[in-house]
Design a protein around this ligand. Structure first.
Ligand code: HEC
Ligand code: HEC
Ligand code: HEC
Ligand code: HEC
Ligand code: HEC
Ligand code: HEC
Ligand code: HEC
Ligand code: HEC
Length: 412
């Protein structure tokens, strides 16, 4: 570019900026003090300013479906009934954008989410019922009896508030009640500004919380044939496909969301991740859920979009055998603790004696992992991280029980 061209460009740019200021100052004040969505849409008001302030947010928003469908910044951020508001450059914004703001336009997803264990039960698992209103407790208890009407978790209390905030609550906040009366967060899976479906369909997204020795779903998935195929053929999947018409051509390989949420080949999309389950696998001793038949049928219908019936029936039969075998071993080990307690050789408090920690690891790590491995294709988790450890830990517990009894005997 020559000097003359640069000079002319600067003149033109300056003239444009000045005229923009003139046009802006000539606007009637009412437009700025009582703006509505149409005004924001026409002017791009939030975005132009925020390109200078937090530009990444505007770029993230610009690749979202909301941007292409003309849903503005303001429509998510404006304050609704019951929300605390702040004045922000002529706009009344909510101090915090919650599930309430999303539910204005996505009532179905919010209603499904509310009846899942991602709703109130997730938060109550850590802090108990104290943060919920009577109506919220009643609604959640209708779908999951005993999951919200309960006390705060003993282990969480023992570890202390600071750890609870950055640990337990970071994952369990998916169902945290908000000050505006709504429950939970939609952005745990979709993110705030890209509100992406592709992101929610990726196993890593669920794996932010569904990982580690007590719920190794991500590790199990990565080991399974499904996970290995996903890793190598991800580029062939259409992760952005419209949920209402998702086919096996878009997703020939399942991820977490395909099995637990997607509306594959005409099935219903659901935000109730409980809907397709038949066992309480996370429990020390797993029992059938009240909707065992319906839940199992719904999940099997998903498998059947890609597998033959004989294959799926055999898979479930073998997985249930693992549940029975694991239940027996865990019950046997938990009996050791309850007998010691009856004999007065342990205090009534949990988590103050070594054998209680071993018993907890036994069902919470190894028992759960074995059962999850069996249902999601993780052979190593059924075996070496599962049933093998159950045997080892039981022997350790029997040794401790023996020495507690002989100590008590010699003290007499
Ligand atoms: C005149 C410029 C301007 C306009 C117009 C504007 N903002 Fe802002 N906004 C800012 C600045 C500056 C900040 C502070 C950024 C920082 O803290 O780094 C901010 C902060 C924010 C925050 C964070 C508030 C907090 O403290 O947590 C939100 C949310 C926000 N803006 C949303 C919006 C929305 C939605 C609109 C349109 C309805 C909008 N803004 C219009 C300049 C603007
Ligand atoms: C789909 C709804 C939605 C839309 C559309 C949206 N936001 Fe947000 N925004 C959120 C949510 C949710 C949060 C995080 C919750 C909170 O802290 O209130 C957030 C947070 C923010 C923050 C604070 C972020 C931080 O990390 O400090 C800013 C600034 C912001 N938004 C600006 C914008 C701007 C500018 C636009 C338009 C270009 C926009 N938002 C569009 C939902 C939305
Ligand atoms: C003012 C209405 C409105 C609000 C508020 C709103 N959305 Fe949306 N949302 C839409 C529309 C319209 C679409 C596009 C139509 C469709 O796909 O159903 C959409 C689409 C979506 C999609 C599908 C995206 C895709 O790629 O197909 C997701 C996910 C989503 N919204 C999540 C959210 C979340 C999370 C919030 C709150 C943080 C939110 N929405 C707030 C109107 C809204
Ligand atoms: C890495 C994320 C993460 C952290 C940290 C975490 N959890 Fe969880 N928790 C989960 C997930 C995911 C499940 C679901 C497991 C399943 O169904 O297989 C779960 C399940 C549970 C359950 C069983 C379900 C129920 O409602 O009874 C309880 C109780 C629980 N967690 C309490 C806690 C406590 C207390 C802490 C902190 C001491 C904690 N969690 C830390 C993610 C986490
Ligand atoms: C546990 C993760 C998770 C949470 C939490 C979550 N979503 Fe989703 N959402 C998904 C997945 C996965 C899909 C895509 C399902 C599929 O594969 O078709 C989706 C799809 C959607 C769609 C498109 C549905 C359609 O039929 O076109 C909307 C809209 C949406 N979510 C809104 C929300 C809202 C609102 C919330 C909060 C109430 C929310 N989501 C919470 C994972 C989640
Ligand atoms: C922010 C953390 C978080 C994310 C992200 C998350 N979950 Fe969860 N999920 C949890 C917690 C916590 C629980 C256990 C709630 C309880 O019962 O206490 C849970 C429970 C579940 C359950 C068991 C429900 C039941 O009835 O027992 C399923 C299935 C599930 N999640 C699937 C998913 C899928 C699929 C995704 C990704 C699309 C996902 N989750 C993303 C935290 C998360
Ligand atoms: C091929 C389908 C499939 C895939 C992929 C899959 N799951 Fe599962 N999942 C299942 C089946 C089947 C069960 C057991 C269902 C039952 O109870 O009948 C299950 C159980 C669960 C549970 C146990 C709930 C409880 O009772 O403890 C959670 C949580 C879960 N899956 C999360 C995930 C996450 C997270 C991913 C991805 C990392 C994933 N799943 C991938 C099919 C799948
Ligand atoms: C979207 C399609 C899809 C869904 C849904 C699906 N799978 Fe698969 N599955 C596959 C593909 C593809 C393979 C790899 C087959 C190969 O080796 O070519 C596979 C492999 C397997 C394997 C290992 C190979 C074998 O035959 O032993 C098992 C077991 C399995 N799936 C069980 C299930 C079960 C159970 C469900 C439902 C809970 C399920 N799958 C859901 C696509 C799917």
């Amino acid at each position: 570019m020559t000097f003359k061209n640069i000079f002319i460009s600067i003149i033109i740019a300056t003239a444009m900026i000045i005229s923009a200021f003139l046009i802006q100052s000539a606007r009637p004040g009412i437009e700025v003090s009582q703006p509505g969505p149409e005004y924001v849409r026409a002017t791009g008001k939030c975005a132009t300013c925020h390109l200078k302030e937090t530009s990444a947010i505007v770029h993230q928003y610009s690749i979202s479906k909301h941007a292409s469908e003309n849903v503005t910044c303001y429509e998510c951020h404006r304050s609704l009934d019951g929300q605390k508001e702040i004045e922000h450059n002529g706009f009344k914004l909510a101090t915090s954008v919650t599930a309430l703001n999303c539910s204005q336009c996505h009532t179905t997803e919010y209603a499904q989410f509310l009846r899942s264990r991602h709703g109130a039960p997730a938060w109550a698992a850590v802090t108990g019922s104290s943060d919920f209103t009577e109506e919220q407790i009643a609604l959640a208890e209708k779908f999951h009896p005993g999951t919200v009407k309960r006390g705060a978790n003993k282990l969480a209390i023992t570890e202390g508030a600071g750890v609870m905030d950055k640990g337990c609550k970071a994952c369990h906040s998916v169902g945290k009640p908000n000050p505006d009366g709504s429950i939970g967060t939609c952005t745990a899976c979709h993110a705030r500004h890209t509100t992406s479906i592709a992101l929610a369909r990726q196993p890593e997204t669920c794996g932010q919380c569904h990982m580690g020795p007590d719920h190794s779903q991500l590790e199990i998935y990565n080991e399974s044939k499904h996970g290995v195929l996903y890793a190598s053929q991800k580029a062939h999947l259409n992760l952005n496909a419209d949920p209402k018409s998702l086919t096996t051509k878009d997703m020939p390989i399942p991820t977490c969301s395909t099995c637990h949420m997607s509306g594959l080949e005409g099935m219903n999309v659901t935000h109730d991740v409980t809907e397709r389950l038949s066992w309480w696998l996370f429990a020390p001793i797993s029992k059938k859920r009240p909707n065992y038949n319906l839940g199992q049928e719904a999940m099997k219908n998903t498998c059947l979009k890609c597998h033959a019936k004989t294959h799926v029936e055999k898979f479930y039969k073998e997985a249930e055998e693992v549940v029975f075998a694991t239940n027996d071993k865990v019950q046997n080990a938990l009996n050791i603790v309850s007998e010691l307690r009856e004999e007065g050789l342990l205090t009534p408090e949990p988590f103050d004696e070594p054998i209680e920690f071993i018993a907890f690891d036994l069902w919470h790590y190894f028992g759960r992992t074995a059962k999850h491995g069996a249902f999601m294709g993780g052979a190593d988790f059924v075996q070496w991280h599962g049933n093998y450890e159950l045997l080892l830990k039981t022997i350790e517990m029997e040794e401790i029980a023996k020495s507690l009894r002989s100590e008590a005997h010699s003290e007499k």
